[in-house]
Design a protein. Structure first.
Length: 388
C-alpha cells in the first residue's frame, strides 16, 4: 500500500510478514528516488535488527527487575508467534524494514528512525494504568504463558497480525486489556511518527516505511500538522514522574499494618499469639511465593529462596522475592550464549519455557505474583487473629 501525502512524503504501508511487502518497499524507493528513507523503528529496535550480538550479550541480571521482566517476556512471546507465522509465508518478521535499510545504503540515502523509544512508550502507558488494569494485564499474561498451545495459535487472525510488527501487536494487546492507555499506545505513537516524518520532509523527499495498520493515523496527523497543529516531541518523550499510586501506597502501608497488628496482639494477648501470627505470616507468604516458583519450574534452590525471602521482602516496599529467586535460578542454570541466540529462533511453547533466559524471567514474574497473593492472604489471616 502506497500513499502519496504530498510531493515530499510517500507512505509505504507494509505487512510485517509478507514477501510482497519486501518487494513493494524496494519498488517504492526505486520509483520515488527519495533523499531520505524513514522507517518505523526506534534506536533500540534498530539495534535489535542490525546488532543482534548486543542483545545476545545483555547481562541477565539487568533483566531481573519486575517491570522489565514482564515486558521482555511479553515481547519475546509475541515474537515467537510472529516467527511461527513468518515461516508459513517464507519470510522473517521485520524483513521489510531490513530491506528498507539495505536499499537506503545501496542508493546512499539518509536513514531516519521515526518511532518513539519503546521503553518510553511502555513507561508512559504503565504510569497511566490504574491498579485494576495492571492486575488484569498480569493475569492475562499469566494465562497466555500457561495456555499457549498449537490450538490457540490456529485461532489467531493471521490477516490482522500480518499488518503489525511485534511492538504494534504488543500495543494492541495492551490497549484491549487496559483501554485507558490507548492514547499513549496508539494515538500518541501515530502523532509522534507523523511529526518525525514531517520534520524529515523539510530536508528532502521522504519515503516512510510503516506498518499498514498505522497508515490512516499517520496520514491524519500529517494533515493536522500541515494545518499548523503543533505536536511537541519533547513532551511526548517525557516519562511522567512516579506518583504515589494506590499500588505504592499498599506497598508502604502493608509493613505498617502488620507491625500494628503484631503490637495489638502483644498487648491484648501474649508472646505466644505474636509468635503464632509471625509463623503463619512466614508460612503463607513463603509457601505461595514458592508455589509461584514451582509453577515456573524453577530449580529447587530457587524455590527454597523464594520461600525464605518472601516473609521479609513482603515487609519491604522496594524488594521482591522474585528477584532473589531469579538470581539463584540464573546461578544454578546459567543462561548460555546459545540461549540468547535462541531467543530469535523459538518456534513453540516448549522452546519458550526451556530457554534459560526466559526461564529466569518467568521465575521472577511468577514468584513475585505468588508472593503478592501470599501477602494479602497472610494479612487477612493475621487480622482474624486480632479480632478473634
Amino acid at each position: 500500500m502506497q500513499v502519496k501525502v504530498n510531493d515530499n512524503i510517500i507512505l509505504v504501508g507494509t505487512a510485517h510478514i509478507s514477501k510482497d511487502s519486501v518487494e513493494e518497499v524496494k519498488e517504492a524507493i526505486a520509483k520515488y528516488k527519495p533523499d531520505i528513507v524513514a522507517v518505523e523503528l526506534c534506536q533500540k529496535r534498530y539495534e535489535t535488527l542490525t546488532e543482534k550480538d548486543k542483545w545476545e550479550n545483555t547481562p541477565i541480571t539487568s533483566l531481573l527487575k519486575s517491570n522489565k521482566a514482564y515486558l521482555v517476556l511479553a515481547q519475546t512471546f509475541l515474537s515467537s508467534i510472529q516467527r511461527r507465522l513468518g515461516k508459513e509465508y517464507g519470510v522473517e518478521p521485520g524483513s521489510e524494514m531490513i530491506a528498507a535499510l539495505e536499499e537506503a545504503k545501496k542508493y546512499n540515502l539518509q536513514i531516519a528512525l521515526v518511532d518513539r523509544d519503546i521503553s518510553v512508550t511502555l513507561k508512559r502507558a504503565w504510569r497511566k494504568m490504574g491498579l485494576r488494569e495492571k492486575f488484569r494485564l498480569s493475569w492475562e499474561f499469566m494465562k497466555a504463558i500457561v495456555g499457549y498451545d498449537e490450538e490457540e495459535l490456529e485461532k489467531i487472525d493471521l490477516e490482522e497480525l500480518m499488518k503489525e510488527d511485534v511492538i504494534s501487536a504488543l500495543m494492541k494487546e495492551f490497549s484491549e486489556i487496559a483501554p485507558s492507555v490507548s492514547t499513549v499506545l496508539i494515538h500518541e505513537r501515530d502523532g509522534y511518527i507523523a511529526k518525525k516524518i514531517f520534520d524529515e520532509s523539510k530536508k528532502g523527499r521522504v519515503v516512510a516505511v510503516v506498518g499498514a495498520g498505522h497508515i490512516n493515523g499517520i496520514k491524519e496527523n500529517l494533515k493536522k500538522i500541515e494545518d499548523e497543529l503543533n505536536i511537541d516531541l519533547e513532551e511526548l518523550e517525557k516519562v511522567p514522574r512516579k506518583r504515589f499510586s494506590v499500588m505504592k501506597a499498599l506497598a508502604y502501608s502493608i509493613p505498617v499494618v502488620v507491625v500494628l497488628l503484631i503490637v495489638y496482639l502483644f498487648f491484648t494477648g501474649s508472646w505466644e499469639r505474636v509468635a503464632h501470627a509471625l509463623l503463619w505470616w512466614a508460612l503463607i507468604t513463603g509457601s505461595l511465593s514458592a508455589v509461584g516458583a514451582l509453577i515456573a519450574r524453577a530449580h529447587p534452590l530457587s524455590i527454597l529462596t523464594g520461600f525464605v525471602a518472601a516473609p521479609f521482602t513482603t515487609l519491604h516496599p522496594t524488594l521482591a522475592s522474585g528477584w532473589f529467586a531469579g538470581l539463584v535460578e540464573a546461578k544454578m542454570r546459567v543462561p548460555r550464549v546459545k540461549d540468547f541466540q535462541d531467543l530469535s529462533k523459538m518456534d513453540s511453547f516448549k522452546d519458550f519455557l526451556n530457554n534459560r533466559v526466559i526461564r529466569v524471567l518467568v521465575v521472577v514474574a511468577f514468584t513475585n505474583i505468588g508472593s503478592m497473593i501470599g501477602t494479602f492472604v497472610a494479612l487477612w489471616y493475621i487480622s482474624t487473629l486480632a479480632v478473634g
